[in-house]
Design a binder for this molecule. Structure first.
Ligand SMILES: Nc1nc(=O)n([C@H]2C[C@H](O)[C@@H](COP(=O)(O)O)O2)cc1CO
Ligand SMILES: [Zn+2]
Length: 162
Protein backbone atom coordinates (compact mmCIF):
# COMPACT_ATOMS: atom_id res chain seq x y z
CA UNK A 1 0.00 0.00 0.00
CA UNK A 2 1.25 3.50 -0.81
CA UNK A 3 1.60 5.60 2.34
CA UNK A 4 0.72 9.25 2.59
CA UNK A 5 3.39 11.97 2.44
CA UNK A 6 4.87 12.73 5.80
CA UNK A 7 6.57 16.10 5.22
CA UNK A 8 3.37 18.01 4.52
CA UNK A 9 2.83 21.39 6.21
CA UNK A 10 1.17 21.46 9.60
CA UNK A 11 -1.78 23.88 9.94
CA UNK A 12 0.46 26.30 11.85
CA UNK A 13 3.15 26.13 9.16
CA UNK A 14 0.58 26.54 6.41
CA UNK A 15 -1.09 29.64 7.84
CA UNK A 16 2.20 31.24 8.90
CA UNK A 17 3.58 30.61 5.42
CA UNK A 18 0.48 32.28 3.91
CA UNK A 19 1.06 35.23 6.24
CA UNK A 20 4.71 35.50 5.19
CA UNK A 21 3.85 35.14 1.50
CA UNK A 22 1.32 37.92 1.86
CA UNK A 23 4.01 40.08 3.49
CA UNK A 24 6.07 39.83 0.30
CA UNK A 25 3.50 42.18 -1.26
CA UNK A 26 4.49 44.96 1.14
CA UNK A 27 6.33 47.98 -0.28
CA UNK A 28 7.75 48.93 3.11
CA UNK A 29 11.53 48.99 2.64
CA UNK A 30 12.32 48.16 6.26
CA UNK A 31 9.66 45.82 7.68
CA UNK A 32 7.31 43.63 5.64
CA UNK A 33 4.50 42.14 7.72
CA UNK A 34 1.88 39.64 6.59
CA UNK A 35 -1.12 38.28 8.47
CA UNK A 36 -3.60 35.47 7.92
CA UNK A 37 -6.89 34.89 9.76
CA UNK A 38 -7.87 31.23 10.06
CA UNK A 39 -11.17 29.82 11.31
CA UNK A 40 -11.67 27.09 13.91
CA UNK A 41 -12.32 24.80 10.93
CA UNK A 42 -8.91 25.73 9.49
CA UNK A 43 -10.24 27.77 6.59
CA UNK A 44 -8.51 30.97 5.48
CA UNK A 45 -10.84 33.86 6.28
CA UNK A 46 -8.62 36.81 5.38
CA UNK A 47 -5.07 37.87 4.56
CA UNK A 48 -3.30 41.21 4.60
CA UNK A 49 0.02 43.02 4.60
CA UNK A 50 1.23 46.45 5.64
CA UNK A 51 0.59 49.15 3.09
CA UNK A 52 -0.97 52.53 2.48
CA UNK A 53 -4.77 52.87 2.29
CA UNK A 54 -6.73 52.55 -0.93
CA UNK A 55 -6.14 55.51 -3.26
CA UNK A 56 -2.92 56.53 -1.51
CA UNK A 57 -0.18 55.78 -4.00
CA UNK A 58 2.84 53.87 -2.74
CA UNK A 59 4.91 56.41 -4.65
CA UNK A 60 3.37 59.58 -3.18
CA UNK A 61 3.42 58.97 0.57
CA UNK A 62 6.73 58.68 2.44
CA UNK A 63 8.30 55.37 3.49
CA UNK A 64 10.70 57.09 5.92
CA UNK A 65 11.05 55.96 9.51
CA UNK A 66 12.50 59.22 10.80
CA UNK A 67 11.84 62.93 10.55
CA UNK A 68 8.73 65.04 11.10
CA UNK A 69 5.86 62.69 11.98
CA UNK A 70 3.83 63.66 8.90
CA UNK A 71 6.88 63.00 6.71
CA UNK A 72 7.17 59.39 7.94
CA UNK A 73 5.13 56.31 7.00
CA UNK A 74 3.69 55.89 10.50
CA UNK A 75 0.54 58.03 10.31
CA UNK A 76 -0.46 56.51 6.96
CA UNK A 77 0.41 52.82 6.84
CA UNK A 78 -2.28 50.21 7.52
CA UNK A 79 -0.87 47.32 9.50
CA UNK A 80 -1.07 43.76 8.19
CA UNK A 81 -3.42 42.65 10.97
CA UNK A 82 -5.88 45.50 10.30
CA UNK A 83 -5.93 44.63 6.60
CA UNK A 84 -6.35 40.89 7.30
CA UNK A 85 -9.35 41.57 9.55
CA UNK A 86 -10.89 44.09 7.14
CA UNK A 87 -10.29 41.76 4.18
CA UNK A 88 -12.03 38.88 5.96
CA UNK A 89 -14.82 37.19 4.09
CA UNK A 90 -16.95 37.06 7.23
CA UNK A 91 -17.54 39.82 9.75
CA UNK A 92 -17.76 37.71 12.88
CA UNK A 93 -14.31 36.31 13.65
CA UNK A 94 -15.25 34.62 16.93
CA UNK A 95 -13.03 31.62 17.60
CA UNK A 96 -10.72 32.53 14.73
CA UNK A 97 -6.99 32.89 15.14
CA UNK A 98 -4.57 35.26 13.44
CA UNK A 99 -1.09 34.34 12.22
CA UNK A 100 1.20 37.32 11.94
CA UNK A 101 4.89 37.84 11.22
CA UNK A 102 5.26 40.49 13.95
CA UNK A 103 3.54 40.83 17.33
CA UNK A 104 0.55 43.20 17.02
CA UNK A 105 0.62 46.82 18.15
CA UNK A 106 -1.96 48.25 20.55
CA UNK A 107 -4.12 49.67 17.75
CA UNK A 108 -4.31 46.33 15.92
CA UNK A 109 -4.73 44.70 19.32
CA UNK A 110 -8.02 46.56 19.77
CA UNK A 111 -9.17 45.54 16.31
CA UNK A 112 -8.22 41.90 16.97
CA UNK A 113 -10.05 41.80 20.30
CA UNK A 114 -13.17 43.51 18.98
CA UNK A 115 -13.31 41.22 15.95
CA UNK A 116 -13.64 38.15 18.18
CA UNK A 117 -10.28 36.57 17.31
CA UNK A 118 -9.23 34.36 20.23
CA UNK A 119 -5.62 33.50 19.48
CA UNK A 120 -2.55 35.21 18.05
CA UNK A 121 0.34 33.20 16.63
CA UNK A 122 3.34 35.42 15.91
CA UNK A 123 6.83 34.90 14.59
CA UNK A 124 8.84 37.92 15.73
CA UNK A 125 8.41 40.07 18.83
CA UNK A 126 11.14 42.55 17.92
CA UNK A 127 9.23 45.53 19.33
CA UNK A 128 8.46 43.84 22.65
CA UNK A 129 10.04 46.67 24.64
CA UNK A 130 7.76 49.36 23.19
CA UNK A 131 4.77 50.80 25.04
CA UNK A 132 2.61 49.84 22.08
CA UNK A 133 3.35 46.13 22.42
CA UNK A 134 3.17 46.31 26.23
CA UNK A 135 -0.30 47.86 25.97
CA UNK A 136 -1.36 45.24 23.44
CA UNK A 137 -0.23 42.42 25.76
CA UNK A 138 -2.10 43.96 28.68
CA UNK A 139 -5.31 44.13 26.65
CA UNK A 140 -4.88 40.58 25.34
CA UNK A 141 -4.36 39.26 28.86
CA UNK A 142 -7.45 41.06 30.17
CA UNK A 143 -9.67 39.97 27.30
CA UNK A 144 -8.48 36.38 27.27
CA UNK A 145 -6.86 36.46 23.82
CA UNK A 146 -4.12 33.83 23.82
CA UNK A 147 -0.71 34.67 22.34
CA UNK A 148 1.90 32.12 21.38
CA UNK A 149 5.11 32.33 19.46
CA UNK A 150 5.37 30.21 16.32
CA UNK A 151 8.20 27.75 16.91
CA UNK A 152 9.47 26.61 13.51
CA UNK A 153 10.23 22.96 12.97
CA UNK A 154 11.74 23.67 9.55
CA UNK A 155 13.89 26.61 8.52
CA UNK A 156 12.06 27.46 5.30
CA UNK A 157 9.35 26.53 2.84
CA UNK A 158 10.43 26.55 -0.79
CA UNK A 159 8.15 27.83 -3.55
CA UNK A 160 9.28 27.41 -7.11
CA UNK A 161 7.69 28.71 -10.29
CA UNK A 162 9.86 26.43 -12.39
N1 LIG B 1 2.44 44.31 14.15
C1 LIG B 1 2.79 45.14 13.17
N2 LIG B 1 2.19 45.03 11.95
C2 LIG B 1 2.53 45.84 10.92
O1 LIG B 1 2.01 45.71 9.82
N3 LIG B 1 3.51 46.81 11.13
C3 LIG B 1 3.98 47.61 10.01
C4 LIG B 1 3.96 49.11 10.13
C5 LIG B 1 5.15 49.51 9.31
O2 LIG B 1 4.82 49.48 7.92
C6 LIG B 1 6.15 48.40 9.58
C7 LIG B 1 7.09 48.68 10.76
O3 LIG B 1 8.09 49.51 10.31
P1 LIG B 1 9.46 49.77 11.09
O4 LIG B 1 9.16 50.68 12.27
O5 LIG B 1 9.95 48.39 11.56
O6 LIG B 1 10.35 50.39 10.06
O7 LIG B 1 5.37 47.27 9.87
C8 LIG B 1 4.11 46.97 12.34
C9 LIG B 1 3.78 46.15 13.38
C10 LIG B 1 4.46 46.31 14.71
O8 LIG B 1 3.57 46.43 15.74
ZN1 LIG C 1 -0.71 47.37 14.29
Amino acid sequence: MVSKRTDYLSWDEYFMAVALLSGLRSKDPSTQVGACVASAANKIIGVGYNGFPWGCSDDDLPWSREGEYLDTKYPYVCHAELNAVLNSTVRDLHDCRIYVALFPCNECGKVIIQSGIREIIYLSDKYKDTDSVRAAKLMFAKSGVRCRRFVPERASVLLSFL
